[in-house]
Design a binder for this molecule. Structure first.
Ligand code: ADP
Ligand code: MG
Length: 264
């Protein structure tokens, strides 16, 4: 049975897409069967996987709105060697159409059912807002991964996000767990980053991944070559960090905290 992990944070530019693409590739490199779902109309995870968002036959739109069978929507074997459900501008229309649909929160969850026994991991790259697409991701997921930058206001935003996730979870997916908080674009020479990181660990304890993603230019360059960092520069600190993260996710597999338990 696949483990479904939604990568979410309503803030843009925190490393969601970079994490989605690189963790999918790293997990695929461990010989697990991986599906990456791009739910952001910007289609950055699609392009970063080496798939041209302007030239795909179908996207998450056809899956969510037109009920096209999932096998016909999946792009097999990207340059990162995982399967992909693509996104482009069409997915904006999906967000709007979902609003008026029956059982709109669980359309992704239902659409995934036929492939749940085939994949080991499904990662979902969420858009930078808490809209119907993100709600669908959270309803389909076993757990949420929250990437964040260790900045001054980060903790405040994070507490608000966790609250929202818990509230949503109680309505659409009581089983949802917080997989973990991931520190991204980390610069150990930055004192503020170290302070925020310490506070984060105090506040969220075991929910903070031990793996830290460093700021690394290779991670920013790789998407322009349509490839995860490990196939662009496998010795880069960024590529290594995401391999370590995949290892940590495997070790954590059955050790996640229920989202609701933290609600009080
Ligand atoms: P989001 O999906 O949350 O909007 P992205 O993953 O697109 O965030 O990252 C925002 C920008 O930061 C992108 O240009 C990306 O290449 C860059 N970036 C992300 N993570 C790193 C990192 N660890 N080191 C350097 N640049 C990064
Ligand atoms: Mg993104």
């Amino acid at each position: 049975m696949a483990k479904v992990i939604a990568i979410a944070n309503q803030k843009g530019g925190v490393g969601k897409t970079t994490t989605a693409v690189n963790v999918a590739a790293s997990m695929a490199a461990t010989k697990r069967k991986v599906l990456l779902i791009d739910l952001d109309p910007q289609g950055n995870a699609t392009m970063g996987s080496g798939v041209d968002k302007y030239d795909v036959e179908s996207t998450a739109f056809e899956l969510l709105i037109e009920e096209k069978p999932i096998d016909d929507v999946i792009v097999k074997g990207t340059s990162g060697k995982y399967d992909l459900i693509a996104a482009n501008g069409d997915v904006t229309a999906a967000e709007i159409k979902l609003m008026e649909m029956f059982a709109r929160e669980v359309r992704l969850r239902n659409a995934l059912k036929p492939v749940m026994d085939y994949y080991d991991f499904v990662f979902i790259d969420c858009p930078p807002s808490l809209n119907q697409l993100t709600v669908n991701a959270l309803a389909a997921a076993d757990s949420v991964m929250v990437p964040m930058q260790c900045e001054y206001y980060a903790l405040e935003g994070l507490t608000a996000l966790m609250d929202t996730i818990q509230k949503l979870a109680s309505v659409v997916n009581p089983e949802l767990k917080i997989e973990g908080v991931l520190r991204t674009m980390y610069d150990p020479r930055n004192r503020l980053a170290n302070d925020v990181s310490e506070q984060l660990k105090r506040h969220f304890g075991e929910q903070v991944y031990r793996t830290v993603i460093p700021r690394n230019v290779r991670l920013a360059e790789a998407p322009s070559f349509g490839t995860p960092a490990m196939y662009y520069d496998k010795s880069s600190t960024g590529a290594k960090a995401y391999l370590a993260l995949a290892g940590e996710i495997l070790r954590r597999r059955d050790k996640t905290t229920p989202a609701q338990a933290k609600a009080s």
